[in-house]
Design a protein around this ligand. Structure first.
Ligand code: UD1
Ligand code: CA
Length: 448
């Protein structure tokens, strides 16, 4: 049996925020969600989140996660005191307990697996993650004997000068034999600088306690302020981008690119600078995205290109060229071999194959067939001030520059619409529609 306890009762004063620290987002998920997820692969039987400051906000934000229990720590009297609150919840629990801080979002699931494996293999009372930090300030220092067994943990503020020279730090990630820990908890004192109950003091009462080094210390970075939050985001992004580059994606200037972990990329995708891919976006093989794109929750099929454009909640089929400066939003479905760009906005519309909307248009609530050519400046006037109305344009129809379609309106197939027309009535197949004032020329006219 395995249980997980996440410490999340503290306020996180240094964030200077109304939001509890552990709810701050890091990419697409909050810090505490990430802490919980790092334990997913060891499949805990129970997950207990210890809450205090703004506990109801934390509960609301994460109670969609399966089988999370909340334990209240009314007063925050230290990390040891937080763990004491678990006793009534784990009275009969006989397995191991993983403890981690809610503000440690970058732990790899494999590291937690390794922690549990080491703990169980050696039959330890406690096993904890340690790292050798170049700048260990602020962290508890871990002292071990020759067999890597922990003799003492001293908080930074309680260290003397000699102890401060030890750069081996406590990551705040532990695996305990729960029944042994439970017996040690009443022995904790508050004999320290903060006069708190420190969880770390249990090593004085447990045996054996083993330290396990984490080679990549970026994993155990705790977030205490927004500078560290930004650094954590960089670390996370570096991991995501490295994995995609190894999987066959080219990135030009990766530092200027951001990619959510939820995004999927095909082989031979090229991502150019200043591009941001978010949500459940899927980019097909051979696509070229960027420079300068924001694509959120959208599918771009194979071999399409997107340049300086914004696409959200939409789907683009293969071999289509988008941009520069296009905006697709709200459920656009674009066919194959299309061209859309140069200041074109498309909203909630379905566009057939080989259709071009190349310059200065707004297409909203519209259905366009195949091989349609939308002339420069064509607008669907879809909104009458109260309701939105549809525009339908048939296959191979060509709209002249600056035409306006006052919806609801249906234009047939193989229609030609004269430039500058304001179309208010349906147009049948194979016709020419012109709706504009006739040109008058008054010769010899002069201002008197
Ligand atoms: C703790 C460790 C330190 C370790 C560091 C790693 C102790 C005494 N020290 O120090 O050895 O190097 O983590 O990051 O454990 N919390 C509660 N209730 C409380 C107090 C804290 O839930 O009463 C929660 C906080 O919200 C936070 C976590 O416990 O998520 C850690 O508390 P914090 O005060 O930040 O401990 P550190 O000083 O970082
Ligand atoms: Ca901390």
């Amino acid at each position: 049996m395995l249980a997980v306890a996440i410490l999340a009762a503290g306020k996180g004063t240094r964030m200077k925020s109304k939001l509890p620290k552990v709810l701050h987002p890091l990419g697409s998920k909050s810090l505490v969600e990430r802490a919980i997820e790092s334990c997913n692969t060891v499949k805990p039987d129970r997950t207990l989140v210890i809450i205090g400051y703004e506990g109801d906000k934390i509960e609301n934000a994460i109670n969609h996660l399966p089988e999370v229990e909340f334990v209240e720590q009314k007063e925050q009297l230290g990390t040891g005191h937080a763990i004491m609150q678990l006793v009534p919840y784990l009275e009969d629990f006989t397995g191991d307990l993983i403890v981690l801080n809610g503000d440690v979002p970058l732990l790899r699931p494999e590291t937690i697996e390794e922690l549990v494996k080491t703990h169980q293999k050696h039959n330890n009372s406690a096993t904890l993650l340690t790292a050798h930090l170049p700048k260990p300030k602020g962290y508890g220092r871990v002292f071990c004997d020759a067999n890597n067994l922990v003799t003492q943990i001293v908080e930074d503020r309680d260290c003397n000068d000699a102890q401060k020279q030890n750069h081996r730090i406590n990551a705040g990630v532990y695996c305990f034999h729960w029944q042994s820990l439970k017996e040690a908890l009443p022995k904790l004192t508050t004999n320290n600088d903060q006069q708190e109950y420190y969880l770390t003091e249990v090593v004085d009462f447990l045996n054996p306690v083993m330290a396990l080094d984490v080679p990549d210390h970026s994993e155990i970075s705790g977030i205490n302020d927004r500078c560290q939050l930004a650094v954590a985001y960089d670390i996370l992004q570096a991991r995501v981008k490295e994995a995609w580059m190894k999987a066959g994606v080219t990135m030009i200037d990766p530092d200027s690119i951001t990619i959510d972990e939820t995004v999927q990329l095909g082989m031979d995708v090229t991502i150019e600078p200043q591009t941001h891919l978010r949500g459940n976006t899927v980019i097909g093989a051979g696509c070229k995205i960027g420079p300068g794109c924001l694509i959120d929750n959208s599918i771009i099929e194979d071999n399409s290109t997107v340049l300086y454009s914004v696409i959200s909640d939409s789907k683009v089929s293969t071999n289509t060229k988008i941009g520069p400066y296009a905006h697709l939003r709200g459920g656009v479905e674009l066919g194959e071999n299309c061209r859309v760009g140069n200041f074109v906005e498309i909203k909630k519309s379905s566009i057939g194959n080989k259709t071009n909307i190349a310059h200065l248009s707004y297409i909203g609530d519209a259905t366009l067939g195949n091989q349609v050519n939308i002339g420069a400046g064509t607008i669907t006037a879809n909104y009458d001030g109260v309701n939105k109305h549809p525009t339908i344009i048939g296959d191979r129809t060509k709209t002249g520059s600056n035409s306006v379609f006052v919806a609801p309106v249906t234009i047939g197939k193989d229609v030609t619409v004269g430039a500058g027309s304001v179309i208010t009535h349906d147009v049948p197949n194979d016709s020419l529609a012109i709706a504009r004032g006739k040109q008058r020329v008054i010769e010899g006219w002069k201002k008197s």
